[in-house]
Design a protein around this ligand. Structure first.
Ligand SMILES: [Zn+2]
Length: 145
């Protein structure tokens, strides 16, 4: 059951593609469009990621006086986003952002978009393309694989 959908908030953020010139943003930045960031700990996850459902998340940290969220890792859960986030409790990531999505397929599409937007295996910690799990007929909306 999906209890809430918090996709859509556009924060001032970016992955490593972010660059500035004379203090002004001169290039379009990638945006996660996810809710947060929040601290990576059990209490924070339970307070913010309420309900059981599929969704995506990004792990990372703030930079530039908290004006930029640096994405270090992206992931998804097809069934239970809250539970999935807790697998990352002791990996050294400070903050997370998240969004519930209506279906596992939507979550896969969003995870793919995040992975490609934020630098693929070169710039974030995910070294392989988002996994389809048991859904072998799904195609990445970005690269088609
Ligand atoms: Zn792809």
């Amino acid at each position: 059951m999906i209890l809430e959908v918090k996709i859509g908030r556009l924060d001032y953020e970016a992955g490593h593609f972010f660059w500035q010139k004379a203090g002004k943003v001169v290039k379009n930045m990638a945006k996660t469009s996810l809710f947060g960031p929040f601290n990576v700990n059990t209490e924070s996850i339970d307070t913010n990621v309420v309900g059981v459902g599929s969704g995506v998340y990004a792990l990372g940290h703030n930079a530039n006086n908290n004006s930029v969220f640096i994405v270090q890792y992206v992931g998804r859960s097809d069934t239970d986003l809250n539970d999935r986030l807790k697998k990352h409790l002791n990996e050294g990531y400070l903050l997370f952002k998240y969004g519930f999505l209506e279906t596992a397929k939507e979550s896969f599409n969003k995870e793919c978009q995040l992975w490609h937007d934020f630098g693929e295996d070169k710039l974030i910690d995910n070294k392989i393309h988002p996994d389809k799990g048991i859904n072998k007929d799904w195609l990445c909306p970005v690269c088609g694989e």
